[in-house]
Design a protein around this ligand. Structure first.
Ligand SMILES: Nc1ncnc2c1ncn2[C@@H]1O[C@H](COP(=O)(O)OP(=O)(O)O)[C@@H](O)[C@H]1O
Ligand SMILES: [Mg+2]
Length: 288
């Protein structure tokens, strides 16, 4: 049984007003336990609206959401359960830090779950070690940390709730390449160690290729595709046509293909490019 499922999910903002917008149209998807799904799509395609449905922050205009096979809107109890099972980390989560110390900020979620002091402390320490938040940082005010450190503290706060499904909205946005890679590695390690299901929203195909097991491509409120990284890149030209940026190396191979050279089109790392060129050489194909 899938851990997360939507059934004809449609969502409209400002229903019945001149500003009515259909942000999600008939979304049907199923995610298995332990997957690391990346959600990509142009700005305004519906990514944030979609993920806010998974822990009941938004209520479908039509359709249903199932977490662990349970319709989350069936009762107050099922909704509360979904809020514990699905941990959502918003875009720019560092703006939501507000406690006096980093420790207290990470402890906020577990405290709300009604855990005892000992459990809270062990969860805070384990989430801190995952995210590279040092003991010294735990005693500081979150406001004395750098932007990248604050981001890690905010993510630790959601991890400390040990959700079955961890969802992060653009966790790398605004970070430099080094900070971005550190966050991506942390997310992958978290999933590999805990076996949790993870969803990450991103607008970078390059980020996604590094960690995802499957890629959900959103386009104008609808699912354009939901497939492995490999298969998603096979249609790299259609990704470009819906406003997504693909790695430079992918563009080079698309251009070679356009010029009639029989290259694979799903090339997205330099290593893949090197072995593809080797293959062509062995077959005696000229690249000029
Ligand atoms: N609070 C809101 N009120 C009205 N319209 C909204 C609101 N949030 C998002 N939208 C609209 O819903 C659509 C999907 O937005 P969003 O889910 O934020 O997309 P993404 O995260 O992919 O950028 C867009 O057309 C956006 O303008
Ligand atoms: Mg968004």
């Amino acid at each position: 049984m899938s851990i997360l499922k939507t059934d004809n999910l449609t969502y409209k903002y400002s229903v019945g007003t001149p500003f009515e917008v259909t942000a999600l149209k008939d979304i049907n998807l199923e995610i298995e336990k332990g997957e690391l799904v990346a959600v990509i799509g142009h700005t305004g395609s519906g990514k944030s609206t979609l993920i806010q449905h998974f822990n009941g922050l938004l209520k479908p205009t039509e359709g249903k959401i199932f977490v662990d096979g349970q319709d989350i809107w069936e009762s107050k109890k099922t909704l509360k359960e979904a809020r514990f099972k699905v941990g959502l980390c918003f875009q720019y989560p560092e703006y939501q830090l507000f406690e006096e110390t980093v420790f207290a900020d990470i402890a906020f979620g577990p405290k709300n779950m009604g855990l005892d002091e000992e459990d809270i402390e062990s969860r805070v320490l384990s989430a801190a070690s995952f995210t590279g938040v040092t003991e010294e940082m735990l005693e500081k005010s979150p406001f004395d940390l750098s932007g990248g450190e604050k981001r890690r503290v905010a993510i630790a706060g959601v991890m400390a709730m040990e959700p079955e499904i961890l969802i992060l909205d653009e966790p790398t946005s605004g970070l430099d390449p080094k900070g971005r890679d550190a966050i991506l590695k942390m997310i992958r390690d978290y999933r590999d160690t805990t076996g949790s299901t993870v969803m990450i929203v991103s607008h970078s195909m390059e980020d996604v290729a590094k960690i995802a097991t499957r890629v959900l491509v959103m386009n104008h409120a609808e699912i354009m595709s939901f497939d492995t990284v490999e298969e998603t890149y096979r249609h790299a030209d259609s990704l470009i046509s819906v406003g997504l940026d693909v790695p430079q190396i992918t563009k080079v191979f698309l251009e070679l293909k356009r010029r009639g050279i029989p290259v694979k089109s799903n090339i997205y790392t330099v290593d893949q490019a090197v072995s593809e060129i080797d293959r062509l050489r062995k077959e005696g194909v000229s690249l000029c």
